[in-house]
Design a protein around this ligand. Structure first.
Ligand code: SAM
Length: 351
């Protein structure tokens, strides 16, 4: 995987002194699953003609790279629900070999792509909220857990760098913490619980469902001794853990059994709600219809699709720089809100 380059330009710098290095691209808002916390069937998909074409996404990546972006994550919707996505990924890898490529996926459609993902060095964040087949089906709307687990095992066999993300929901998957976290015992994966974010007008989010990170941590401590994973320095010295860049916003711990057995992977928390990581946020999002979004919690979006089609790349560059200069501190938006923080649901933004 490519390491960040110190000599990349720092053009995308905001008013809080943060520099954007990381572009998350929603390649489609369509998904073959319908996770209850993420989207609902009543919201229509974006019409095809309004979705960015792959050549347009490639152009926007090229511009972003010249502005200092060195890490790309493809998400959605489900990236593999878009026809031609794998070929697009191959093309992006060839054109931008120094750029780290990452993928967020529900894992259902990965089978034909796995060898290529390995070859390209793409790392995968797999969304997996339950290991109970009936519950998985009730959360996602599809009885496909065995397929996801097959693909997960295949990724582990191939040595594809893998993180597992579970949206933490009290009364839904809190009783599965031991089973989900135990995957980190046996395999070199980070199993991260993400605090349920109150996104979207029709979200099912409620205080009752919200399971805060402090409580998740306490639950984990009932099963294991937890030892914080130290960060590895970029020069490879120090502990065997991740660099700050690889770790992202997760807090990570090794799990240690009462018998002293140490987990191969790590247990993690993404505390998007109770403990923000806004001060180190280096992200920018590109929505499927071609809007720049600077913060999950901020509904302001900056359209670049038509600018690219009608005015060209110089205008896109200008809009990107301007958007980043207005990047807010998401935690302040969250603190000021009593209800959902964003109008759109995650499936329409690209989680
Ligand atoms: N389809 C892909 C997948 O399932 O991973 C990518 C898109 S999905 C929107 C990206 C991530 O957003 C998933 O890990 C999902 O669990 C997470 N997510 C969606 N809504 C969320 C919410 N309200 N709070 C926290 N995480 C959420």
């Amino acid at each position: 995987m490519a390491e960040p380059h110190e000599d990349y330009p720092a053009v995308l710098t905001d008013a809080h002194g943060r520099t954007v290095r990381y572009l998350r691209i929603s390649v489609t808002d369509r998904c073959n699953l319908c996770c209850r916390y993420c989207r609902d069937d009543s919201v229509p998909f974006i019409p095809h003609e309004n979705i960015l074409r792959f050549e347009e996404i490639e152009k926007i990546i090229e511009i972003a790279v010249t502005l200092g972006v060195h890490k790309l994550r493809f998400t959605g919707g489900e990236p593999f629900a878009r026809k031609g996505f794998l070929d697009f990924l191959i093309k992006i890898h060839r054109r931008f070999p120094q750029t780290a490529l990452k993928l967020t996926s529900n894992g259902t459609l990965l089978a034909p792509a796995l060898d290529t993902l390995k070859e390209l060095g793409v790392s995968v964040n797999l969304s997996l909220d339950s290991l109970d087949r009936a519950k998985y089906a009730s959360i996602t709307g599809k009885d496909v857990l065995p397929t996801v687990l097959d693909n997960m095992h295949r990724m582990l066999e191939l040595g594809i760098p893998l993180k597992i993300n579970a949206v933490a929901m009290r009364g839904v998957n809190d009783n599965e913490l031991p089973a989900l976290a135990a995957m980190a015992m046996d395999w070199p994966v980070d199993v991260r619980f993400i605090e349920f974010m109150p996104m979207g007008d029709s979200t099912i989010w409620s205080n009752n469902l919200f399971w805060p990170a402090a409580d998740i941590l306490e639950s984990a401590r009932r099963h294991w001794r937890l030892e914080p994973v130290a960060l590895r320095r970029k020069d490879g010295q120090g502990s065997e853990g991740h660099t700050a860049e690889e770790r992202g916003p997760a807090k990570l711990w090794k799990l240690i059994t009462p018998e002293g057995q140490v987990s191969k992977g790590s247990f993690g928390l993404i505390t998007s709600v109770t403990q923000s990581f806004c001060q180190s946020c280096n992200r920018l999002r590109l929505t499927a219809e071609g809007n720049i979004r600077t913060c999950l919690f901020d509904d302001r979006e900056y359209p670049i699709r038509d600018a690219l089609r009608d005015k060209g790349e110089e205008e896109v560059r200008r809009i990107m720089i301007d958007a980043v200069s207005r990047k807010p501190v998401g935690a302040e938006i969250l603190a000021a809100s009593n209800g959902p923080v964003a109008h759109k649901r995650m499936s329409a933004i690209g989680g």
